[in-house]
Design a protein around this ligand. Structure first.
Ligand SMILES: *[C@@H]1O[C@H](CO)[C@@H](O)[C@H](O)[C@H]1NC(C)=O
Ligand SMILES: *[C@@H]1O[C@H](CO)[C@@H](O)[C@H](O)[C@H]1NC(C)=O
Ligand SMILES: *[C@@H]1O[C@H](CO)[C@@H](O)[C@H](O)[C@H]1NC(C)=O
Ligand SMILES: *[C@@H]1O[C@H](CO)[C@@H](O)[C@H](O)[C@H]1NC(C)=O
Ligand SMILES: *[C@@H]1O[C@H](CO)[C@@H](O)[C@H](O)[C@H]1NC(C)=O
Ligand SMILES: *[C@@H]1O[C@H](CO)[C@@H](O)[C@H](O)[C@H]1NC(C)=O
Ligand SMILES: *[C@@H]1O[C@H](CO)[C@@H](O)[C@H](O)[C@H]1NC(C)=O
Ligand SMILES: *[C@@H]1O[C@H](CO)[C@@H](O)[C@H](O)[C@H]1NC(C)=O
Ligand SMILES: [Cu+2]
Length: 792
């Protein structure tokens, strides 16, 4: 941990003067006066920029009632559940087996919007907090995983334990059959003896074909890694495992081998588990004996071998690639040299920034969630949260062909980890912690959310009123600084590092961006399998796959009475009397209507369609409904496969570009985190949200899909690049205001060349800077440190 001091003198003034234009002899009176000279002899006089000054604190208007339950509540709930009086008959986590009852995890039940609004907007009571608990009830005659709600919190004599059924529409409430539940360590332990018995019996074969052996997940004699996938059931009547083998060590995801074991793991009695078959050389062998016969007949060979080293797969400097001229210089940075322009209530996780305000919450499953998002005091969104990060693969081999992931199932929200200042987030960013509950304890993941203001990288707006015969060639020139506040988190879910950005622009627009880096889930390379992705290393194919990430955008434009307006840009034939010679001619025209009922929608071909969420009756000064447009950004896709057995009904929300539904307390989530292993009989079927309800003049929710079709490439080695693996969407005012929201920004310049009397070639330039000081300070950057995770 050393301190790296980098001195950069910020001489904006010198830069301006270096442009070869006449000096500013005619500064407007608002132009700041600088005492510091430009000479290097004066540099010592500059003080250090306040980059690391914390943001000013502000008191949130209301308590953050969306916040997750505290570590104290988590422990109290844990103890309540494990008290014999609960009659839940729980076994402690260290002793429990698949056929016992034990707690999987504790999270937070979303507060009902119908309870929140009276509190938020009036003097209604503070809504109660409830814990959400998932208990694996393998000890029941009919073993299930069951969700519970425990509250109100903190635990008192009023606190009850109830089944949490109401958010789930699949027919079995919060219960999922044992076979469809999360394939946790205990299920893996139950299935491991069968896998080991198979693999230990064929060590000669695996040594010859793969160069390794497998004797158990944690057995030190194993030189192969077993990598199961999901889903592990279709409808809860059966359970299976599709296990691929890889070379161990870092970057194992990029070193797949040509060997697969398929197991039947139905039920809680592991003695009934069976081998379904083995796959290698693109052949299926129902039994070990069949595999052995083929091996002994010399029919099994490998054309390629994974290299034993893995240096090529690490995200580190690769000297063998040479150097680039001048790249040894320090890269440009975004630095808040004027001091932080946002205020925080760090306790309540509340943010204010140049007219914006919002609350931040976090859940174990969904990661960051934003609430009560307002601009200039007016509510735009009640909730903005990611609901699912799905990925589905394709390939001519058992793992890629079957893999579907729902990353909420893998607790994406628990995977937000400390970020690297200066690299993941700018130097001087504000960092917030994330707390994750785990059994009866909680862990603090420090610095796992960062907040910073960025230079947008482009001016928000400008105009040069030109073609005037004076020395400057214009009569006036206005330009406004573009800035935005970003709230960032990175979820490392296994192989992938998803980067989530919420960006609040100064004009009142809000942008969501998600990027992906990290390791591909790859497959063993076969020459004839180009349909599923290119060869990207010696023996590795980059497996083709889709990523689809769904956002819930519960718009409340000025309240809950909203419409979803569609504006189609059509090509129409018209006649106009002043062009009789044209007769009918084609031109563009708008057709506007409100969506009447809940439905799935698509982005239009050639972008000739606009969706806007409007208030049902409020209009701007010019008579247009006040609203926000949903502006498509990069890669607003949907899942490619609509009928795959692995993503049939459990992934319904990923299958359209966007969906509008009516808001209900009973529909807080777009997906169930226990849906993954129930593709044919999901705990929650998103398509059932669409039950013909009206969405006119009512509280509506937009479900928006971002993502990408991952056309894998050799540049995914060592890891996928955030530059290209990116998807975004923006919400922008659409007649919400009477004019653009940049007139009140002082970070701008206004230049005029007033006409001197009788002299149209005036050379006088008058500039206006509105009194914003240009900082004159030394930049002293500190080498980032990474804080350890703290077990409470
Ligand atoms: C309690 O759970 C165990 C499994 O952990 C089970 O064998 C036993 O039957 C259960 N007892 C009751 C009363 O349900
Ligand atoms: C939310 O509303 C539903 C439906 O009215 C109700 O069943 C449930 O108990 C409420 N949840 C909470 C946490 O208050
Ligand atoms: C091991 O292989 C032998 C013969 O190849 C077979 O008889 C035996 O059942 C196998 N054991 C297992 C667990 O597959
Ligand atoms: C699951 O699917 C199988 C095969 O289609 C069917 O026989 C079984 O009845 C289904 N079970 C449930 C609970 O839906
Ligand atoms: C959590 O449970 C473990 C046993 O599983 C126990 O040793 C520990 O003291 C408990 N911690 C707290 C804070 O209750
Ligand atoms: C974040 O966690 C660290 C480590 O537990 C702690 O020192 C720090 O005070 C926490 N910061 C906030 C803002 O809670
Ligand atoms: C306009 O009319 C022309 C001539 O009848 C026809 O070819 C064209 O398709 C029409 N365009 C539209 C948009 O209807
Ligand atoms: C203005 O500038 C133009 C072009 O340089 C020149 O032709 C013209 O004479 C000038 N007019 C006056 C009034 O100086
Ligand atoms: Cu990908």
């Amino acid at each position: 941990m050393h301190l790296l001091l980098i001195h950069i003198i910020l001489l904006f003034e010198a830069v301006v003067n270096a442009a070869g234009t006449p000096p500013f002899d005619h500064r407007g009176q608002a132009f700041p006066n600088f005492n510091h000279g430009r000479g290097s002899s004066k540099r010592a006089a500059y003080s250090t920029c306040s980059l690391y000054e914390p943001a000013e604190q502000v008191a949130a208007p209301k308590e953050n009632i969306w916040a997750q339950i505290s570590p104290e509540d988590n422990l109290a709930v844990w103890n309540l559940l494990h008290d014999s009086a609960s009659e839940l008959n729980l076994t402690g986590p260290d002793k429990a087996k698949v056929n016992d009852n034990y707690v999987w995890y504790i999270d937070t039940v979303p507060v009902n919007k119908s309870d929140v609004l009276p509190y938020l907007d009036g003097s209604g009571p503070r809504p109660n907090s409830w814990a959400r608990v998932i208990i694996f009830e393998g000890g029941k005659p009919e073993p299930v995983s069951q969700e519970y709600m425990i509250g109100p919190l903190p635990v008192s004599s009023e606190t009850t334990i109830q089944k949490l059924d109401y958010p789930f529409n699949g027919g079995t409430g919060g219960a999922v059959p044992f076979n469809g539940r999360f394939f946790d360590q205990k299920r893996r332990d139950a299935a491991e003896p069968l896998l080991v018995s198979v693999m230990s019996n064929i060590t000669d074969i695996t040594s010859a074909l793969l160069g390794g052996v497998f004797h158990g997940y944690d057995n030190p004699e194993s030189t192969l890694v077993a990598a199961p996938t999901t889903p592990t059931s279709f409808n809860g009547s059966q359970a299976f495992q599709v296990i691929m083998f890889r070379l161990p060590g870092p970057a194992s995801y990029l070193r797949p081998l040509d060997f697969y074991v398929l197991l039947d793991t139905t039920g809680t009695d592991a003695s009934l588990y069976k081998l379904k078959g083995l796959v290698t050389n693109t052949q299926f062998f129902p039994t070990v004996a069949d595999l052995r016969a083929a091996f002994e007949a010399g029919e099994l060979t490998e054309e390629f071998y994974q290299p034993s080293d893995y240096d090529w797969a690490l995200v580190k400097y690769n000297a063998a690639m040479g150097t680039r001229e001048l790249e040894d210089r320090f890269a440009p940075q975004n630095l808040e040299v004027g001091g932080k322009r946002y205020k925080l209530d760090s306790e309540q996780k509340y943010v204010e920034y140049l007219g914006w305000s919002f609350y931040v919450s976090h859940s174990q499953t969904l990661g960051i969630m934003l609430y009560d998002i307002r601009f200039k005091g007016e509510r735009i969104l009640y909730e903005l949260s990611m609901q699912e990060a799905a990925a589905q693969y394709g390939g001519f081999q058992p793992k890629a062909a079957s893999t579907l992931y729902h990353d909420t199932h893998f607790q994406l929200g628990a995977d937000l980890f400390p970020m690297v200042e200066g690299f993941d987030c700018p130097f001087g960013s504000t960092f917030w912690n994330v707390t994750v509950h785990n059994g009866n304890t909680s862990t603090v993941n420090p610095n796992s959310i960062c907040i910073f203001e960025l230079d947008a990288g482009f001016p928000l707006s400008r105009h040069r009123e030109g073609d005037v015969p004076n020395d400057y060639g214009f009569s006036n020139l206005g330009v406004v600084k573009g800035s935005l506040l970003t709230l960032r988190s990175i979820a490392t879910v296994g192989n992938y590092d998803y980067l989530f950005d919420y960006a609040f622009h100064v004009d009142g627009s809000l942008e969501i961006t998600v990027r992906a880096s990290g390791y591909l889930q790859s497959s063993f390379f076969f020459r004839d399998q180009g349909a599923w992705g290119p060869r990207i290393q010696e023996a590795t194919q980059g497996s083709l796959h889709d990523h689809v990430l769904t956002w819930k955008a519960d718009f409340d434009i000025l309240g809950t009475e909203n419409n979803l307006q569609v504006t189609e840009q059509k090509t129409v034939n018209t006649t106009q009397p002043w062009w009789p010679e044209l007769g009918e001619f084609e031109q563009i025209a708008l057709e506007t209507y409100n969506v009447e009922k809940e439905r799935a929608l698509s982005w239009a071909d050639n972008g000739q369609l606009m969706y806007a969420v409007n208030h049902a009756s409020a209009t701007n000064k010019w008579g247009s409904p006040r609203g926000y447009r949903i502006v498509p950004g990069k890669s607003n896709i949907r899942l490619s496969t609509l009928n795959s057995p692995f993503s049939r009904r459990n992934t319904a929300l990923s299958k359209s570009h966007l969906v509008v539904t009516r808001q209900h307390d009973t529909e807080p989530w777009g997906n169930s985190i226990q849906n993954l292993n129930m593709p044919w009989k999901p705990q929650q079927d998103f398509s059932k949200f669409l039950d013909d309800e009206s969405v006119e003049g009512t509280d509506l929710v937009m479900w928006l899909n971002l993502g990408m079709h991952h056309f894998t490439r050799s540049e995914d080695i060592p890891v996928t690049l955030y530059s290209e693996a990116v998807s975004s969407i923006m919400f922008a005012p659409q007649n919400f205001f009477d004019q653009s929201q940049d007139g009140d920004l002082k970070n701008r310049r206004w230049y005029t060349t007033p006409e001197a009397a009788g002299d149209h070639n005036a050379t006088e330039l008058v500039s206006e800077a509105y009194g914003i000081n240009l900082p004159q300070c030394n930049v002293a950057l500190q080498e980032p440190t990474i804080a350890p995770l703290v077990q409470l």
